[in-house]
Design a protein around this ligand. Structure first.
Ligand code: C2E
Ligand code: MG
Ligand code: MG
Length: 653
């Protein structure tokens, strides 16, 4: 142990005094003397003795003390154990403990059953759980809920097979925050190959994930506008097309190009050009709905993907709005003010292409055509769509002025009591004396008015006009007439209909009991409770409510039961083939019977001939409205019809 031959040192009691480390000498003496003086049979003393090569070896010396009868020590025998190995292990343990405590990696050790037996400081720092929170629990404490059972099953399978698993996993901090970590789990076995522990070592990688996301952003976005670049846009478009295809929806691509951008760049420099692009991006961004996607393809070219659109008109409207928006002057640094418009090329899925490349190419070629046509305009990939959409937009812009320019007319179509043959009222039907196209049917412009919000003004005007007319007929001595006015569902949605109606009645003096409101079933669909309330209040003051085009919508019996109604108007499509077509006979008869059972009056729309009328009369239908009596006509003509009838009736037979 010490490197000496047996006879190199006399084995006397002084051996340790010669070999002991000088620093230990006093302590050894003291301990030994103490042992000898006390009445013990043994002593354990640690000391360092000098090895032959000069190194001091740590030793544990056990002395057995033999005493005489008086207890006096007679003989001492010592056995030394080399402590180097143990010191080494202790040192290693000490180092390991330091590492465990100071490493930035979270460490968690469980027993074979998966109960946590030890965690380090980094574990607490990352997870927020102290060691007392964690010990005794299982690592399930940390589960984020982002991984399903099969994920964990696969993980444990790998550990069982390979003794180790390594991967990224989402865990949950004590605060509830979910974070990604890179985790290594190792199974520890004892010498007999029994599993005794699992050790998990992990690092929080939310920071590197964030910079990964940053990198990803840079790769997929345009640095100037922060819009998606072509790469990302193409994959978004692909995705959009798949969804549109699956849900049987339309999708539109708008390619927007700044007119004369090159001139700005050339005359003011690239910095100003960049600024213009940024401002243009901002204007585009403001116009978009959440679900729209806009990207910069490069240069002065932007592209928009509009999902879930309804028809080319809506898309053309967006294109037009963008053109107007971009036509406003641009105010750039150094008081530079420029005027650049945009041209827009449009393509639709599925009409103009079934994949991303095709749609983009076609939007691009539409854009070129738009530019060739003199800029500041839009073009669809196909000619006829461009034409129809432009016409609609021009119609809409003219319609804007129709009310103030006094271009609207109300025509009146008689409603006739079938049993007596007398005109008892009229439906007010609007027309538009368009300076460009002449007298236009509401079938063409009402949908546009509804889509653009103009219906509020138009509806209010018709109501006012009709009430004034009705009042003047009363004052002129015409027999009492019920005047029916159509209300669009959009009026209930976007304006205060109740206020509009009462104002018209008040200003005109027309009695509410002579006014009938015509609604289609779709008016009940949205904001059902509000509509119900309004109608109830209207009926308390004597107005009547008619349901229009009955049979074409949902024709829900629950509406009929729940809503306050007076008149049911059988749609013209069921009247057309009366009395020849068996199904229409059945439907018309059923509506009459059901309506009467619910105490409604039944009015048949579109009666054009005597056979229809005979059938309706025979089924007990109360009223009809149709060309057989009269088309919708101007107010004076209608008044003449009523007067003629009055005259005819007053002539004695
Ligand atoms: P509606 O309320 O169902 O009006 C009845 C339509 O049927 C009228 O068309 C009328 O001219 C037509 N009609 C009546 N009898 C006959 C017939 O015997 N034969 C044929 N072929 N047609 C007949 P109009 O005036 O073109 O109105 C169309 C629709 O426009 C109306 O359908 C109504 O939904 C809407 N509308 C008209 N005026 C207004 C209004 O002031 N406000 C609102 N919101 N909608 C209106
Ligand atoms: Mg109507
Ligand atoms: Mg109708």
């Amino acid at each position: 142990m010490l490197g000496y031959a047996v006879d190199e040192h006399p084995a006397d009691a002084g051996i340790w005094q010669r070999l002991a480390h000088p620093d230990d000498l006093e302590e050894i003496k003291r301990a030994l003397l103490a042992a000898l003086e006390q009445n013990t049979a043994s002593a354990v003393i640690e000391m360092r003795l000098r090895h032959k090569d000069g190194e001091y070896i740590p030793l544990l010396t056990r002395y057995a003390i033999e005493r005489d009868i008086d207890g006096k020590a007679r003989h001492v025998a010592g056995v030394c154990v080399d402590l180097r190995e143990r010191r080494h292990v202790e040192q290693q343990l000490q180092q390991a403990a330091t590492v465990l405590a100071t490493t930035r990696e979270g460490i968690l050790i469980t027993d074979a059953d998966g109960r946590i037996t030890l965690v380090n400081q980094a574990f607490t720092d990352i997870s927020g759980y102290s060691s007392s929170d964690a010990i005794g629990n299982t690592p399930a404490l940390l589960q984020s809920g982002r991984h399903d059972a099969t994920f964990y099953a696969a993980m444990w399978q790998t550990i069982a097979r390979d003794g180790q698993w390594r991967g990224e996993i989402w865990n949950r901090r004590k605060s509830g925050e979910i974070y990604p970590e890179l985790l290594t789990i190792s199974a520890i076995k004892d010498r007999a190959d029994n599993l005794c522990n699992y050790v998990g070592v992990f690092v929080d990688i939310s920071m590197s994930k964030a910079s990964e996301a940053e990198l990803d952003f840079v790769v997929h976005h345009d640095p100037l506008t922060k819009f998606p670049n072509r790469l990302l846009f193409m994959s978004l478009l692909d995705h959009g097309i798949k969804i549109a295809h699956r849900e049987d929806k339309q999708l539109a691509l708008l390619m927007v190009d700044l007119d004369q951008f090159k001139d700005v760049n050339d005359s003011y420099g690239h910095a100003v050009g960049d600024e213009l692009l940024q401002q243009a991006a901002e204007r585009l961004r403001c116009r978009l709905r959440d679900m729209d996607t806009v990207a910069r393809l490069g240069g002065d070219e932007f592209v928009l993907m509009l999902e879930n659109i309804n028809g080319p008109e809506g898309v053309a409207n967006v294109a037009n709005e963008i053109i107007t928006l971009m036509d406003q002057p641009w105010l750039l640094s150094d008081d530079v003010q420029v005027h650049v418009g945009v041209s827009v090329g449009l393509s639709l899925f599925p009409e103009h292409g079934t994949n991303a490349n095709e749609l983009l190419q076609h939007a691009d070629s539409a854009l070129n055509k738009a530019k060739n046509e003199g800029r500041g305009c839009f073009r669809f990939f196909s000619e006829n769509l461009t034409h129809a959409a432009r016409e609609r937009i021009s119609l809409e812009s003219r319609l804007h002025h129709a009310v103030e320019n006094n271009e609207l007319r109300v025509f009146y179509q008689p409603q006739v009591d079938i049993a007596s043959g007398r005109i008892v009222g009229a439906e007010a039907l609007v027309r538009w004396q368009d300076p460009l196209e002449g007298l236009m049917s509401p079938v063409r412009f009402i949908p546009i008015a509804e889509a653009s919000g103009l219906i509020t003004d138009i509806g209010a005007w018709v109501m006012m006009q009709t009430c004034l007319q009705g009042q003047s007929w009363i004052e002129a001595g015409l027999p009492p007439l019920t005047l029916a006015v159509n209300l669009s569902p959009k009026q209930f949605l976007h304006s205060n209909v109740e206020n509009m109606i009462t104002t018209a009645l008040r200003l005109s003096g027309f009695p509410p009991t002579s006014l009938e409101l015509e609604l289609t079933e779709s008016a009940f669909m949205e904001r059902e409770e509000d509509v119900l309330d309004i109608l109830n209040r209207m009926r308390t003051v004597g107005m009547r409510v008619a349901i229009d085009d009955f049979g074409t919508g949902y024709s829900s019996l629950s509406y009929l039961k729940r809503f306050p109604l007076d008149v049911l108007k059988i749609d013209k499509s069921f009247v057309d083939s009366l009395p020849h077509k068996q199904e229409d006979r059945a439907i018309a008869s059923a509506i009459v019977a059901m309506g009467h059972a619910l105490d409604f009056k039944i009015l048949a729309e579109g009666g054009e001939n005597a056979q229809q009328l005979a059938f309706l009369e025979q089924r007990g239908c109360d009223l009809y409205q149709g060309y057989l009596c009269s088309r919708p006509v101007p107010a004076d003509n209608f008044a003449a019809l009523v007067r003629d009838q009055q005259l005819a009736n007053s002539v004695p037979a």
